[in-house]
Write a protein that binds this ligand. Structure first.
Ligand SMILES: [Zn+2]
Ligand SMILES: [Zn+2]
Length: 171
C-alpha cells in the first residue's frame, strides 16, 4: 500500500473556486471553505442560501447558485463511491477537517474513527482472517459529520510523523 505516495497527482490541480465554494471535478466534490463541509446535489442549494440572509445579497446568491448548478454533483453516498473507486492518491482537502488517528482495515479498506469499532468491524467481517487483520493509524476526512470517512495523505510531510502502524489483536 501507499505505492501512490510519490504520485504527483494533486487534487488541487483539479480545483475550481466559486467564491467561498471549491469544486474538485475528479470527485464531483463541492466544499464550503467557510463551514468546512461538503455539499451535495440535495444540500447545496439550501446551504448557499444560508450564506446570504440579507435581502441585498439575493443577487449574489442567485449568481452563485446559477454558477454551481451547471456542475455535476451527487449525493454523499454516490460521491463517497467515486472517491473509493478512484485509484489516485487523495490528498487532504484543505477545506475539510483532518481526523488524525483514524483506522483503516487492511483487508477491505474501510475507515473508522475508533479502535473499538474497528475491532467490531474485524470480528464481524473478517472472522476467519482475524489474526491477519492489521489496521493502521491513518489520516482521514469525512463527507458528512460522522460518516463516509475516507483515507487521505497529508499535504506536507511534517504532519505524517506521528502516524504509526497499529496491530489490532483479538480479545
Ligand atoms: Zn458554508
Ligand atoms: Zn475490513
Amino acid at each position: 500500500m501507499n505505492s501512490n505516495l510519490t504520485s504527483h497527482t494533486q487534487n488541487a490541480a483539479e480545483c475550481i473556486s466559486f467564491s467561498f465554494l471549491f469544486y474538485y471535478s475528479k470527485f464531483s466534490l463541492l466544499l464550503c471553505s467557510e463551514c468546512h463541509i461538503a455539499l451535495f446535489s440535495d444540500t447545496f442549494s439550501s446551504h448557499v442560501k444560508s450564506h446570504y440572509k440579507q435581502h441585498a445579497e439575493k443577487e449574489k446568491q442567485r449568481e452563485l447558485l446559477s454558477q454551481i448548478s451547471s456542475l455535476s454533483l451527487f449525493t454523499a453516498a454516490e460521491t463517497f463511491a467515486l472517491i473509493q473507486q478512484s485509484s489516485m492518491t487523495v490528498f487532504a482537502f484543505s477545506e475539510l477537517d483532518v481526523h488524525k488517528n483514524a483506522f483503516s482495515c487492511n483487508l477491505c479498506h474501510q475507515v473508522l474513527m475508533n479502535k473499538e469499532n474497528m475491532k467490531k468491524h474485524c470480528s464481524k467481517n473478517h472472522a476467519s482472517n482475524f489474526k491477519h487483520t492489521v489496521t493502521s493509524s491513518i489520516l482521514a476526512q469525512s463527507l458528512l459529520k460522522n460518516s463516509f470517512f475516507f483515507q487521505v495523505q497529508a499535504r506536507s510531510l511534517s504532519t505524517v510523523s506521528n502516524i504509526a502502524s497499529v496491530r489490532i489483536v483479538p480479545k
